[in-house]
Design a binder for this molecule. Structure first.
Ligand code: ATP
Length: 138
């Protein structure tokens, strides 16, 4: 069985959608392994988003991710990495299909960074790396 790192980003926590998002993860049948509300710092976010170094949206992305608490979640289940990304929908919430977290709950706010409510690991390797960053005790 597989584990993934999910983040309810600051826009999701601010809008009071953390419970709704966790509800969808649980309703799909995945198991919550760890849940923690915390405000991330530059060191954690720099490591988390290392693959985006050099991209123009990295600085606004890190500023946004530091703008309030994030709900960090480890969820477990068969194929949960791919399954959560399907639940989340496309990066751009304007085109994410209805039925997905981003498609149902997200929109374009005309900001420099796409505020799309959630993050989910995109591979077994990144899940392992990201769980180690956010939950070193796991
Ligand atoms: P995540 O990794 O957060 O689940 P993702 O895999 O859909 O999202 P990535 O390409 O890894 O998207 O980008 C990380 C995050 O950076 C996105 O979720 C979004 O918040 C922001 N982002 C990505 N591309 C852009 C862009 N072109 N302009 C502004 N913000 C962006």
């Amino acid at each position: 069985t597989e584990r993934t790192l999910i983040l309810v980003k600051p826009d999701g926590v601010r809008r009071g959608l953390a419970g709704e998002i966790l509800r969808r993860v649980e309703a799909k049948g995945y198991t919550l392994v760890a849940v923690e509300l915390r405000t991330a710092d530059d060191a954690l976010l720099g490591a988390h988003y290392a693959e985006h170094e050099g991209k123009p949206f990295l600085a606004p992305l890190v500023d946004f991710m530091k703008s309030g608490p994030v709900l960090a979640v480890v969820a477990e289940g068969q194929r949960v990495i791919e399954g959560f990304r399907t639940l989340a929908g496309a990066t751009d919430p304007t085109v994410a299909p209805p039925g997905t977290i981003r498609g149902d709950l997200g929109r374009d706010w005309g900001l420099k960074v796409i505020q799309n409510l959630v993050h989910g690991s995109d591979s077994v390797e990144s899940a392992q790396r990201e769980i180690g960053l956010w939950f070193p005790s796991l």
